[in-house]
Design a protein. Structure first.
Lengths: 198, 175
């Protein structure tokens, strides 16, 4: 089992493109607040993307709701480490309901990048979010050691029952593009995307 | 549940029926003593997918996601739990116009013994009013079915969240 400290530091924009490039079955993607969203936006527009503009920490719960409503569709949450830290209890809720089609990706740079790069208490303490996910009852929770393993973990999440949690240690490069700020349009587009069969 | 209990009208039976009439299948909650009969009734009824969340914000996120994906839902909570919600209501549910239903058992009024609960209670309706979230209080059995059904119907028709408040007048409250 990989530990966080043994993993390579990767790049969120590059990894986001790798994830989106593997989606062929109208999988839903919920982008967390800030840079997680911006890199999702930068990876190309899809009707199945939902960009969460506020409500820090709710990317995984929103994705879980989509996953419960549509068991045939795989659903991704892209969430930052600081965001997940705000809503750690959701890992137990996910473990308890165990939606097979849910995949949570944690981008972990140890900082609150968008507010000026302040360190998180988790980074200072050496908290391991993947270990927390596993201890919460999610058996399939792994750090990606490098890009090749990240790809392999995504492939496995796309072909086996979850819930899956995938951790990626990332650098502190900010998102390259910013989303529009149009939550009603985002909701309408996403609902139209979700109304189409998988 | 005995057949006599089933036939006697109760606030929770009325709410459960209104949920069904409005095709609301997902019930998430953070537990509350007053809500026990509603929570237990939903768990016992296979029409509903019912489960607890660790925190009210999380339950709002789950129901928001499910609603956008075509499964309507409601979050059950007590007054103090509602008080944790203003940010996610404003920035997710209201900003995106997602018809998330809430049902809050009202503590902190009509004989409350805990000063903390009494103060929290006073924040609830001003928070809802400040965001233009329609709320109605169930206080009488003869009005409950109409209020519950119409509140849900309007929420979905207008794509706006709504909140039902269960008063001690109808549920008895904590003594």
């Amino acid at each position: 089992m990989e530990e966080r400290r043994n993993t390579q530091v990767m790049n969120r924009a590059a990894l986001t493109k790798r994830v989106v490039g593997k989606l062929t079955k109208q999988e839903a993607v919920i982008g967390g607040i800030g840079n997680s969203n911006w890199d999702l936006w930068g990876s190309g527009h899809r009707a199945e993307n939902f960009y969460m503009l506020g409500s820090m920490g709710l990317a995984a719960p929103i994705a879980m709701g989509v996953a419960i409503a549509q068991p045939e569709r795989r659903v991704f949450a892209l969430e930052g480490d600081g965001s997940l830290l705000m809503q750690l209890g959701c890992l137990s809720t996910i473990a308890a309901q165990a939606p097979k089609n849910l995949i949570v990706i944690i981008w972990d740079n140890g900082i609150y990048q968008i507010t000026g790069g302040q360190g998180t208490p988790a980074a200072q303490a050496g908290t391991d979010l993947i270990a927390i996910a596993r201890a919460s009852g999610i058996a399939s929770a792994h750090w990606a050691a490098d890009e090749a393993e990240f790809d392999a973990l995504i492939d496995r999440a796309l072909t086996t029952d979850g819930p899956h949690v995938i951790g990626a240690r990332i650098d502190n490069e900010p998102g390259k593009t910013q989303t529009d700020r149009d939550p009603i349009r985002f909701r309408e587009t996403f609902m139209r995307g979700m109304a189409k069969p998988v | 549940m005995s057949s006599a209990a089933e036939s006697a009208p109760s606030w929770h039976g009325i709410v459960r029926q209104a949920l069904k009439d409005n095709n609301v299948r997902l019930v998430t909650y953070v537990p509350d003593n007053v809500l026990r009969p509603l929570i237990e009734g939903c768990h016992a009824d296979p029409y509903f997918t019912t489960f607890p969340a660790a925190r009210e914000e999380e339950a709002i996120g789950i129901v928001a996601g499910a609603t956008m994906a075509g499964m309507r839902g409601i979050v059950l909570m007590q007054t103090s739990g509602f008080a944790t919600l203003p940010n996610v209501l404003a920035s997710l549910v209201v900003a995106s116009q997602i018809p998330v239903l809430m049902l809050v058992s009202e503590r902190g009024t009509l004989g409350e013994f805990n000063p903390g609960q009494a103060i929290v209670c006073r924040t609830m309706r001003p928070i809802l009013d400040s965001m233009g979230i329609e709320h109605h209080t169930l206080s009488r059995l003869d009005e409950a079915a109409f209020i519950a059904d119409r509140t849900m119907r309007q929420a979905f028709a207008t794509r706006w969240p709504a909140c039902l408040i269960v008063s001690p007048l109808i549920a008895g409250g904590r003594k």
